[in-house]
Write a protein that binds this ligand. Sequence first.
Ligand code: NAD
Length: 364
Amino acid sequence: MIKINDVQDIRSSNNSIISEMSRLGHEQVVFCQDQLTGLNAIIAVHSTTLGPALGGTRMWNYSSELDALNDVLRLSRGMTFKAAISGLNLGGGKAVIIGDAKKDKTDCLMRRFGEFVETLNGHYVTAEDVGMTPHDMKMIRQKTCHVSGIPKSMGGSGDPSPVTAYGVFMGLKACATYKWGSDDLSGKKIWVEGVGNVGMNLVRLLSKEGMIIYATDISEDRLSEAASNYGVITLDKYAAYDMDVDIYAPCALGASVNDYSLSRLSCSIIAGAANNQLADEQRHGQIILEKGIVYAPDFLINSGGLVSVCSELNGYDSNEVISKTERIYDTTLDIFRKSELEGITSHQAAKQIAQARLDRALYE
Ligand code: NAD
């Protein structure tokens, strides 16, 4: 059995990169640089046990290379679990491009990145993540066919964010059923942290349910759009922690469920789109359990986008994508029952199911 250890931050470990890869179960990490375009990127292939390692590329202004490496190792590992729990024949991978997506991104840089993806011969398939757009996928596609989530006009599945948001919405409804005995969200108060591609689509779905929606974002433009289109109440991040909300939906970056947020939040449910929400999976998962908060494992409820880009690889079928995404509702409830029965956190319960599928695949 390949044991995938609990994640820990590489920045606080004394391990070499290869020891860290071995500890977390990564197969391959590729460092890419190009002086001409200014590209600095890292591609991490965590596992190809179930199929090619598929995972989006994130462009972010990391404060150090170690931060970028830490992010790509954690994110790629999460993709392995996401594919495994969603029943997809895909492995887990991810890429990060170090840079400011607003200032440093050029079509040439995207094409150069595509050339690096091509060198992996389909071992890694890329897609969209934070800081990337369907146009970028089009540029990458000029250099490699190992990319998914290309625009619909080119025969692809397009931006995966609306499907991701729909999956999160299904997960939220499962949380409500488990916590309150009904999936009716009308009148409930929710804080959506990050109204980007997924967060904004989620707000659109929630507003139709008659929810009271609070939103925070570091972008004033995104907040104004959410307020004018969906009647969202915009807040300062620190004020949001003190709001009396029923649900906290992290839809920005990872590690937002941490000592600080858990000491201030008074919500009943945590369910959102962001990857790697728990700063420390074991410890923060346990605190959530002890506080009686219902937590929907991120890699399960944000898997709709992966379902969508996976479908593109096999001939896009929108009906199949929607019905597979709707299964998130039942799987989320199954995980809560397992967690309750076995006295383990919902994150552990989800991981065990994913790990069992990986183990079966190894021995088949
Ligand atoms: P995005 O870049 O479109 O949106 C992120 C938003 O968060 C932006 O508006 C940004 O300004 C905001 N933000 C950043 N830091 C913030 C902070 N500290 N507080 C509040 N807001 C902040 O990205 P996205 O595609 O919407 O993805 C959001 C999250 O969901 C990411 O963690 C991503 O990995 C995850 N995710 C996305 C998809 C997808 O289909 N796009 C699929 C699965 C998981």
